[in-house]
Design a protein around this ligand. Structure first.
Ligand SMILES: *Cc1c(COP(=O)(O)O)cnc(C)c1O
Length: 350
C-alpha cells in the first residue's frame, strides 16, 4: 500500500505513561473522579447508547452560549479541543499554507499541521519560556492562515498578558485566524492574563478553544468547545467535524458539569490547584530548579540535557512525569498528598 510520505516523518504524540502502583503526574488530568451527580448523568446517558448522539451537540452548545453570553451559532462543540484544533487547521489551511505556533508548545500542533499537509512555522519561546508574540507576528506571510497562541502555554505554564496579546492581535491581518488555546483558562489567577472571550468583539478573526478535560476533570470522555467571533468559523468547524464525534455520554457529562453546584465544586478543586502550584514551585525552587510561575495545573522544570534521566529516576520513585527530551519536565499539580510524593522524589534526586 502507499501511505502519504508525511506519515513517516510525524513526531509521535507521547501520551503520559500509566504504570501500576505509580502516581501519574504526566497528563495534566484532574486528581479527582467526576462528581457523583455527573456520574449519575453519565450512567443515564449510557442507558441510551443504542442511539446516535445529537451531531451538533445543540443542547450543550446552547448551555455554553448562555453561560458566556454569546449567540449559539458562535459555539462549536468538539471531541476534545484537540479535535477542534485539527478541524480548525482543516478549515483554513490548504496544502503548503502556513500555521504559526510557538515552540515549545502543545505537542499536538506539529502533528495536526503536518497531517493536514500545511507547513509549520515554529517560533521559539523567549528565554523566560513565554510566547514571543512580536516574533510570531513578524513571521506572518501571505501564506499564513492560522496562528495558535496557547495561553497559558503547555508545557511551560507561562501566560501572556492583555497588552501584549492585544498588540499582537492588532498586528495580525483580519483574514488570518488566531486560535487562543485556553485549555487551562480556569486555572488562571493573574488578572493581567485576559479571558480570550473578552477579545472577540474587537477581533473577528479570533477563536477561543476550551475543554472539559482539565479543570472539569472529564479527560476520558473527550469534549471541548470553540467560541468564535464570527459564526462562519463555527460553521466551518461543524463542517470539518467527524460525524457524531461527540458522544451522547460526553454531551450529558458536560451539561451536568455546567450546573451551578458542579461549577462550585470545580472552583474549589481549581483553588486547591492554584494553592498547590505555588507550594510545589517554591519547594522546587528551593531545590535549585528554575521553575517559571505557572497559571495552569502543571509546572515546568527546564532541565535541558538532564531531562530524560531526571524523569526516569522520578519513575523509580513511583512518580510518572512528562519528559520532553533535552528540554524539560512537565509535572501536573495534583492532590496535596501526590504533590508531596513528587517533592520527596525531587528532593532525593537533587
Ligand atoms: C489538554 C490540552 C488540550 C485539549 O485537550 P482535549 O482533551 O482534547 O480537550 C488542548 N490544548 C492544550 C494546550 C492542552 O494542553
Amino acid at each position: 500500500m502507499t501511505l502519504r510520505p508525511v506519515l513517516s516523518s510525524l513526531p509521535a504524540y507521547v501520551p503520559g505513561r500509566t504504570v501500576p502502583g505509580a502516581i501519574k503526574l504526566a497528563s495534566n488530568e484532574s486528581a479527582y473522579p467526576p462528581l457523583p451527580h455527573v456520574l449519575q448523568r453519565i450512567a443515564d446517558a449510557a442507558a441510551n447508547a443504542n442511539r446516535y448522539p445529537d451531531n451538533t451537540s445543540s443542547e450543550l452548545a446552547g448551555a455554553l452560549a448562555a453561560r458566556y453570553g454569546v449567540p449559539a451559532d458562535q459555539v462549536a462543540v468538539g471531541c476534545g479541543s484537540v479535535s477542534l484544533c485539527t478541524q480548525l487547521v482543516q478549515a483554513v489551511a490548504d496544502a503548503d499554507d502556513e500555521v504559526v505556533y510557538a515552540w515549545r508548545s502543545f505537542e499536538a500542533y506539529p502533528i495536526i499541521t503536518a497531517v493536514a499537509g500545511a507547513s509549520a512555522v515554529q517560533v521559539p519561546l523567549t528565554a523566560g519560556h513565554v510566547h514571543d508574540l512580536d516574533e510570531m507576528a513578524a513571521r506572518i506571510t501571505g501564506k499564513t492562515r492560522l496562528l495558535f497562541v496557547c495561553n497559558p502555554n503547555n508545557p511551560t505554564g507561562t501566560a501572556v498578558g492583555r497588552d501584549a496579546l492585544v498588540r499582537f492581535l492588532r498586528a495580525v491581518p483580519a483574514d488570518v485566524v488566531v486560535a487562543l488555546d485556553e485549555a487551562y483558562r480556569e486555572f488562571v489567577a493573574d488578572p493581567d492574563v485576559p479571558d480570550g472571550l473578552t477579545l472577540l468583539p474587537e477581533f473577528p478573526n479570533v477563536v477561543v478553544l476550551r475543554t472539559f478535560s482539565k479543570a472539569y476533570g472529564l479527560a476520558g470522555l473527550r469534549v471541548g468547545y470553540a467560541i468564535t467571533a464570527d459564526p462562519v468559523l463555527a460553521t466551518a468547524l461543524r463542517q470539518t467535524q467527524v460525524p457524531f464525534a461527540v458522544t451522547s455520554v460526553a454531551q450529558a457529562a458536560a451539561l451536568a458539569s455546567l450546573e451551578p453546584a458542579a461549577e462550585e465544586q470545580m472552583a474549589q478543586r481549581v483553588d486547591e490547584v492554584r494553592r498547590e502550584r505555588v507550594r510545589v514551585r517554591d519547594a522546587l525552587r528551593d531545590l535549585g530548579h528554575d521553575v517559571p510561575a505557572s497559571e495552569a495545573n502543571f509546572v515546568w522544570l527546564p532541565l535541558g540535557e538532564r531531562t530524560v534521566e531526571w524523569a526516569a529516576r522520578c519513575e523509580d520513585h513511583g512518580v510518572i512525569v512528562r519528559a520532553f527530551a533535552s528540554s524539560g519536565v512537565r509535572v501536573t499539580i495534583s492532590s496535596p498528598a501526590e504533590n508531596d510524593r513528587l517533592l520527596a522524589a525531587a528532593a532525593d534526586l537533587g
